[in-house]
Write a protein that binds this ligand. Sequence first.
Ligand code: SF4
Length: 227
Amino acid sequence: MIHEKQITEWQQTLRGAPLPHVIKWACETFAGRLIVATSMGPEDMVIIDAIAALRCAPRLVCLDTGLLFPETLRLTEMVRTRYQLTVTAILPAETVDVQAAHYGPRLWETDPDQCCRLRKVEPLQRTLAGAEAWVTGIRRSQSHTRRAAETVEWDPVFSLVKINPLAFWSNEDVWDYIRENNVPYNPLHDQGYPSIGCMPCTRPSDGSDERSGRWAGSGKTECGLHR
Ligand code: SF4
């Protein structure tokens, strides 16, 4: 059982610490009870590159909603071969077709919160059961909903420790790392998509914030994994 006092202590000592330091600490502190969730976004690619360089082996998972861009799936394959890492695809309980039969077609249009719950939140909840900590690529400057993210915090959604090693990084910091270390990334980023999720809910950005192309025009800003 991890106490609030312990979280506060980690928060103070690791706030904004260098990426390799945070990853190494997380791997040593949580060992086999650590999960790294990736959507193959630029931040995730930076974290994966750091994990590979440190030769630590947390469990790496990606949420395959069945609605991902082919470019994202190809990048996942590239990660497996280039870094020789196991990336486990986490699947929803129902295929897109079965979901349509139960809830109606294009649930992402009629009830996107329910769609995200079924295709992202519940599968990740099942995956995180038994883990003590998970690593995410969220950053404060990505959107107003993420501006209070800490390097280490308690996750009230999934009830475990949440580690955001890039919480204090800027978008420029991420892309500098990618260029300097020749890290692979999703080619859609070069076509106006700063943030990439499922195909039906991702548009090029209008420039207002990095995540403005996600659920554009709907008022929805998060899938429910981060609160
Ligand atoms: S991002 Fe869109 S398609 Fe993907 S799970 Fe959420 S609502 Fe469904």
